[in-house]
Design a protein around this ligand. Sequence first.
Ligand SMILES: C[S@@+](CC[C@H](N)C(=O)[O-])C[C@H]1O[C@@H](n2cnc3c(N)ncnc32)[C@H](O)[C@@H]1O
Length: 270
Amino acid sequence: MQSANEFEYRPEHFQQIKAKVYQLAGIKLSDTKDSMVYSRLARRLRALKLTSFDQYLHYLDSHLQQEQQEFINSLTTNLTSFFREAHHFDHLAQYLKTYPGEKRIWCAAASTGEEPYSIAMTVAEHYGRFDYPVKIIASDIDSQVLTKAKQAVYSIDRLENMSAARLKQFFWRGKGKMQGQARVVPELSNMVEFQTINLLHEWPHKKPFDIIFCRNVMIYFDRPTQLRLLERMAKIVKPGAYYFAGHSENLAMARHLMLPVGKTVYRFVN
Ligand SMILES: C[S@@+](CC[C@H](N)C(=O)[O-])C[C@H]1O[C@@H](n2cnc3c(N)ncnc32)[C@H](O)[C@@H]1O
């Protein structure tokens, strides 16, 4: 545990925080995350001008409605990148070729937007237009990353591995004050609708999906939570819908719901 910190941080503080983030977001923090938790939440203590973790935990309980979003935002891990696990986007392009027509895609842990914009680029490239009726709904529990996603502005070094053709077609390079940054063109950003959704809570979707991208978020949940979410997803997809999982997510326990059709790509058996 931390010592000589700005704020006193005892093992029971970490245990309470761990229990709270599990209860609110389903996220299971391992015991190795104690210093990460300290440094992320120390910022909240400073912002709120609190002087101890005891005070913060009391504040969190007594102002739960106000504070829970900040608490969750502080503790999520939002690592992502454009065309991460590139084989998924090849698979998506192949899917669009095999099953033409209107589609609804849910990107269920969209983080700062790189993933849903990669989906949108794949769709736009496939149809050769931005206005084909493919609806991409991108959601995340973390309101702060979604704000960044909606701004659609990225540092040029985040685009290093993108082909020159994609850069030209899908981004505006910043000039002057925006030097070193690039903005997703509005035609592409308009293809994506962002929503704040906690996967543990109710989902607002009214119509079924053809494809779900739910990558690198299940790893933060325990097995019963993963299974519960997959069972709920199976109920909101069209027959034979596709599911894209993160590279280290093993969904073998859900064989009754979905079968593998590629590397970390599954098909619902509904
Ligand atoms: C590591 S990022 C993955 C981003 C992207 N899917 C990818 O693979 O590159 C995990 C995301 O899951 C989100 N997340 C964590 N718990 C969640 C929950 N209960 N409901 C919705 N999103 C959650 C986090 O805020 C974070 O942005």
